[in-house]
Design a protein around this ligand. Structure first.
Ligand code: DGJ
Length: 696
């Protein structure tokens, strides 16, 4: 047995991290907290250098003879591409850890900055690459985090989807070779949300040990999970760099966006306990998030057809059902007759808003609501004043197609950023606007700056512009939207309070989107609107109760022309909004759980108060399946006795009626409730209140 090396350890939030810093360095352990560090951890394998492919060093590199995917790749202009980085310095107090790795020739260094959160157990990592050589170094890629996973991890969950079908979960077995998920669209994308979850086969809502990674970045990304020849698994996350996108001059440094790694027991509910806590405490720009007002968004009510009288009527109808914030969507600005015109000219169209936005905003405020405004600052329509005055402000390569007949503005250019700042700043001063719905309806694929790819430069420019606006208007809130949920990640979430999940209000489709979305986002940032009876995008007709029950659990809103609804619909919608408000603190502050339902016909989730004293659950039937559904309710205090009721206005399928029966938390988690659901489009909301027993 060799002498015990001096290991680096961090513990926090029920997670342990142990690193052997010798040679190239190696993560010996990352996972659920270890009571003690034993010899077995470091003695089982030889030191990390040189490594023939058995295990991954801290920064896996081809130069070490490592046979898997490298965490860093690049090339000096004068030749040289296979550095051998070894740990040269270690620092970091408390939960932080900083490791410097350098090439023996001294031409390249990588600094890994890691922090294991003491409360949430989430590990945040970035890498900074510096070119100390005499020649420019073209960096082709650098992972922000690279972590080994145990060999028993053999099932992966990734995300797929598309416009109006965001956040779809995809399961697959982990086999030999690499599982690679990339985004090259320049926005976070609808089809490849930047996260990967891996765990023991068959992991579910309440069982399984899991490992997950998320990249907090709103541009391109690359996530890999590779099985090495010796069976070891390696998880990596980083920004995807396009050819030539980063060329480091001598002395220059590239820093990756942050990657967040989560190790959790207790299945996906255990994972969400950590991700939601981390977002609430460490990611959101305001902690705690102020109470979320119920929205009405004008898009599906009026589209581009704005007129003061109609909008005033809509605002009055919104106030009558309990809406608290009126969001004026696309259509209000100069020349915006349809999506082919106007982008760039950010002042009110005099034919639609003759006195500017202030009269409408004041009328909205007089009705007791706040006023919010839609903008899409990053793009421009040909023919707008902005485009005519500054045709050279585009981020465009020759031949770049004009997707949705709009171009992307180069936010890396100071004059462009200053112009946009001045325009939006003026708008915010012209009327009492307390939130911007910040949209972006174009991929960046095919764009570029002076012939070079410029996604990274653009994302940094967007972040800078938002940061500057927020600093100037400290009370401003922002909703991130990109043709629905095309820009949802913790990078943008550090700058906004809400994410628009999808342009589909179809409540059936929303259920699966909400499932995927809530794996990395808590419900209070999840825009969830009650749409019209017949979905504007899928054409499906759904009952009001079903639509409301699905929207109830997020940041609730309405996306519907309320001027045309009848009194019965109005009263029912108002009752659902009142239910949301009554339980808002629980819905937006409790612990979100997914129901362990094997039956694909039924889906459900719930929110349990931090002290286990109350809970709300949703059980929704999605496919016809006559009979009784047994629904187990996780997350409750096992020894507590709960009264289970169905709150108004939720339909009540319970055989014993609305008044409620008493059950222990243990009974509900193990045996569950038997519900007579059967036809699709049926949903029931259950309210649980502790009325006795033990608190744990
Ligand atoms: C796409 C968004 O997702 C919609 O909610 C709406 O704001 C439209 N853009 C407006 O153009």
């Amino acid at each position: 047995m060799t002498a015990a090396p001096s290991l680096l350890r961090r513990h926090g939030g029920g997670v342990s991290l142990v690193i052997d810093p010798r040679g190239a360095g190696r993560v010996l352990y990352w996972g659920p907290a270890l009571p003690a560090i034993t010899d077995g951890l470091w003695n089982a394998e030889p030191p990390a250098t040189p490594d023939p492919g058995g295990a991954a060093p801290l920064v896996p590199l081809t130069g070490w003879g490592y046979g898997g995917l490298p965490a860093l790749s690049g090339r000096w202009a004068g030749g040289g591409w296979a550095p051998r980085l070894a740990v040269t310095a270690v620092s970091g107090e408390g939960q932080a850890l900083s490791l410097t790795l350098a090439d023996p020739g001294g031409a390249l260094s990588v600094v890994l900055d890691w922090e294991l959160d003491a409360d949430t157990g989430v590990l945040t990592g970035t890498a900074a690459v510096t070119n100390h050589g005499a020649e420019p170094y073209r960096l082709d890629g650098c992972a922000a985090l690279c972590l080994p996973l145990p060999g028993w991890v053999d099932e992966a969950l990734t995300f797929e989807g598309g416009y109006i079908r965001e956040f779809q979960e995809h399961r697959q077995p982990i086999g030999p070779g690499a599982l690679v998920r990339e985004n090259r669209r320049g926005r976070t994308s609808h089809d490849s949300f930047p996260a990967l979850v891996a765990g023991e086969a068959g992991f579910g809502a309440v069982h399984g040990s899991l490992f997950a990674v998320h990249l907090g970045w709103s541009g391109n990304h690359r996530l890999t999970l590779e099985t090495l020849a010796a069976g070891t698994r390696v998880l990596m996350a980083g920004e995807l760099l396009l050819p030539g996108e980063v060329v480091l001059a001598p002395g220059e440094t590239y820093r990756t966006p942050p990657a967040y790694a989560v190790a959790a027991d207790g299945g996906l509910n255990g994972l969400m306990a950590r991700t939601h806590a981390h977002v609430r405490r460490r990611i959101l720009p305001r902690v705690p998030l102020p109470e979320r007002p119920v929205h009405l968004n004008t898009w599906e009510a009026v589209y581009h057809a704005h007129d003061p009288q109609g909008l005033g009527d809509l605002a009055r109808a919104a106030a009558a059902v309990g809406v608290e914030r009126f969001v004026l969507d696309d259509g209000w600005f100069h020349g915006r007759v349809n999506e082919r015109h106007g982008l760039g000219d950010w002042w009110p169209d005099p034919s639609k808003h003759p006195g500017g936005l202030a009269p409408l905003a004041e009328a909205v405020r007089a009705l007791g609501m706040r006023f919010a405004l839609w903008v899409e600052p990053e793009t421009v329509n040909p023919g707008s004043t902005l485009h005519t005055d500054h045709p050279d402000w585009l981020l465009r390569l020759p031949g770049d197609p004009d997707g949705r007949r709009q171009y992307v503005l180069d936010l890396g250019r100071e004059a462009v950023a200053d112009h946009l700042f001045a325009r939006i700043d003026a708008l915010l001063r012209s009327a009492p606007v307390d939130m911007l719905k910040w949209d972006m309806n174009r991929d960046l694929a095919g764009t570029g700056w002076q012939g070079e790819p410029a996604v990274r430069r653009q994302v940094a420019g967007v972040y800078r512009l938002i940061d500057r606006l927020r600093a100037t208007h400290p009370h401003l809130e922002i909703e991130s939207c990109a043709s629905g949920g095309g820009r949802a990640d913790w990078g943008i979430l550090a700058r906004c309070e809400r994410i628009w999940v999808s342009d589909s209000m179809d409540a059936h489709d929303r259920l699966s989107m909400q499932r995927g979305f809530t794996l990395f986002f808590p419900p209070e940032v999840m825009g969830a609107h009650v749409g019209r009876g017949q979905s504007a995008v899928t054409g499906r007709r759904l009952e009001l109760d079903f639509r409301c029950a699905v929207a109830l659990f997020g940041h609730m809103g309405v996306e519907w022309d309320l001027r045309g609804i009848n009194a019965e619909e109005r009263d029912r919608l108002a009752a659902w909004i009142a239910l949301h408000k009554r339980h808002r603190a629980l819905l937006h502050g409790g612990r979100w759980v997914r129901l362990p339902l094997d039956d694909r016909a039924v889906t459900g989730h719930g929110v349990v108060a931090g002290d286990g004293g109350s809970a709300l659950y949703l059980v929704a039937q999605q496919v016809t399946r006559p009979g009784i559904v047994t629904v187990r309710l996780p997350g409750l205090a096992p020894g507590a006795v709960y009264r289970v009721t169905v709150p108004e206005p939720s339909p009540c399928p319970l055989p014993w009626g609305r008044a409620g029966l008493r059950f222990t938390g243990a009974h509900l988690a193990a045996a569950g409730l038997r519900l007579p659901l059967g036809t699709p489009d049926e949903a029931v909301v259950l309210h649980l209140e502790r009325c006795g027993g033990e608190t744990s």
